[in-house]
Design a protein around this ligand. Structure first.
Ligand code: NAP
Ligand code: MG
Length: 462
């Protein structure tokens, strides 16, 4: 798509207050593919005013009509699926088939789920002698990352609109074209002016202004834990609602009774998918000592098969960061069995699919979120040891458990301090609550739990 040189505010593309722009770069060939305005606090303020003005009308719009707009939005996303996939591929670098299936496909499912929820959710219930109304929280400031550029936007905007909230979105600076395409889709879907507004810009400028804006009632942020902590502190000081989807360092626990070949192949695919830029990726594989060597061999072979099929990481900074982690792993005594720190190509921000063996739980690569195609395989002695290692990070976003018997896997999963666990390769569910325990975040996205984040209750007693 062609970049807009304005921001989508109050139902129209309008010029930014300042003249600064952000260059959008294709991470495959490092070419500039577009420029978008770098919004300032003034642009954010104009957008928040538009969202505030539109709030009473949208909040009073019957849920069935909000559902109709969300259905229309889903239909536009379906109609423009190829363009969405091509845009994500151009600015994120994901291989086109993955963009089609996941980057374009998942947001369609999520938008559809909120069209349905808006129509069916009980916004009113009787509790004893009270009627409890679920009302929109108000103006939402949504701040999103680049890793799943459209999904991260839809997972916030769709439930917000379903709830009757209005939104100002500040998308990641690396993937603003997808956000502009989404704004076009919102307009095409007939969502009234001011209900959804887009301000492109830099995090510490436009993002911070949005998080600090006194007329924003709820800040919903997805991204790094470092920025999330600041946003949480700012929101706390203002007694403002906040939802934080932060980092992860999830464990893939392969219990001794598991189908090892399947657990390893699905586990490697999970980490390499989207070039490792998935907050819920199972970046630590935990294998019993008796089957450790076999697992390492299988994982190394599986990673080597990826070779050139993997896309680049998003930018030069992430590439340097990921390679720095790989070097740190070597320096701390882990053993590379696939990949390594050298870039596999002369051009583009590529990182080789990398697998580390002999990783101990206290190593940096076993504790910190790398956000690249890097898997650490850790040995455990018994189940108690596996549990201690799995729960032994500050994060708790996701995970996996594999066992010969489903009940055994469930019993182990119930003891994990984490928000989502896939049992024996369980499929992604777009309406299951997604979010973190511990420092992986506050709040939940997707499904009815995601909708609740945008609602507040009022009780009338009779
Ligand atoms: P980030 O800086 O936290 O970015 C997330 C969003 O917050 C972006 O829109 C960003 O804008 C914005 N932002 C940055 N600083 C801000 C501030 N002071 N106030 C308000 N908003 C601000 O994350 P990143 O730099 O893209 O990636 C760094 C690391 O974050 C990754 O390596 C990974 O560990 C983690 N991450 C996690 C997720 C996840 O889904 N949990 C997703 C992406 C990244 P800019 O785009 O302009 O920076
Ligand atoms: Mg950043």
């Amino acid at each position: 798509m062609k970049a807009h040189d304005g921001m989508y505010i109050d139902g129209a593309w309008r010029p930014a207050v300042g003249a600064d722009t952000i260059e959008v770069v294709n991470p495959v060939d490092e070419q500039v593919i577009g420029r978008v305005p770098a919004g300032t606090a003034e642009d954010v303020d104009i957008a928040v005013r538009a969202a505030r003005a539109a709030l009473p009308g949208w909040a009073a719009t019957p849920p069935a009509e909000r559902a109709a707009r969300l259905t229309a939005l889903r239909d536009v996303l379906v109609a423009r699926k190829d363009e969405i996939a091509e845009t994500v591929t151009a600015e994120l670098g994901a291989p086109l088939p993955f963009s089609q299936m996941v980057h374009a496909g998942v947001p369609i499912a999520v938008a559809g789920s909120y069209a349905e929820l808006a129509a069916t959710h009980a916004f009113e219930e009787k509790v004893g002698n009270s009627t409890v109304y679920q009302e929109p929280v108000g103006v939402v400031g949504a701040i999103t990352p680049w890793n799943y550029p459209l999904h991260q936007i839809v997972a916030k905007v769709a439930p917000a609109l379903a709830a009757g909230c209005t939104v100002v979105l500040k998308p990641a600076e690396d993937t603003p074209l997808t956000a502009q395409l989404f704004a076009e889709a919102v307009a095409e879907a007939g969502v009234p002016a001011g209900v959804f507004n887009l301000v492109t810009g830099l995090g510490p400028v436009a993002g911070q202004a949005l998080a600090e804006h006194p007329n924003v009632d709820l800040v919903s942020f997805t991204g790094s834990t470092a920025v999330g902590k600041r946003i949480g502190a700012t929101a706390g000081a203002a007694i403002k609602r906040v939802a934080l989807e932060l980092g992860g360092k999830s464990a893939n626990v392969v219990l001794p009774s598991a189908d090892l070949a399947k657990a390893v192949s699905v586990g490697v695919a999970n980490v390499m998918s989207n070039s490792g830029q998935t907050c819920s990726a199972w970046t630590r594989m935990l294998v019993h000592t008796a089957r450790y060597d076999e697992a390492v061999e299988l994982a190394a072979a599986a990673a080597a098969k990826y070779g050139d099929r993997i896309g680049p990481v998003v930018n030069a900074k992430q590439q340097a960061r990921v390679r720095g982690y790989i070097e740190k792993g070597v320096a701390e005594g882990a053993r590379i069995v696939a990949g390594g720190p050298e870039s596999p190509r002369d051009q583009g921000y590529f990182v080789s699919p990398t697998v580390f063996a002999d990783v101990t739980p206290d190593m940096t690569i076993a504790q910190e979120e790398i956000f690249g195609p890097v898997l650490s395989i850790i040995r455990y002695e018994d189940e108690a040891d596996a549990l201690r290692i799995a729960n032994g990070t500050v994060y708790g976003l996701a995970g996996a458990v594999w066992a010969g018997d489903e009940a055994e896997a469930i019993a182990f999963a119930r003891r994990l301090d984490t928000g989502q666990v896939d049992i024996n390769g369980g499929r992604f569910n777009p309406v299951a609550p997604f979010g973190g325990y511990k420092q992986s975040g506050v709040g939940r996205e997707l499904g009815s739990h995601g909708l609740s984040e945008y609602l507040q209750t009022k009780s009338l007693q009779f």
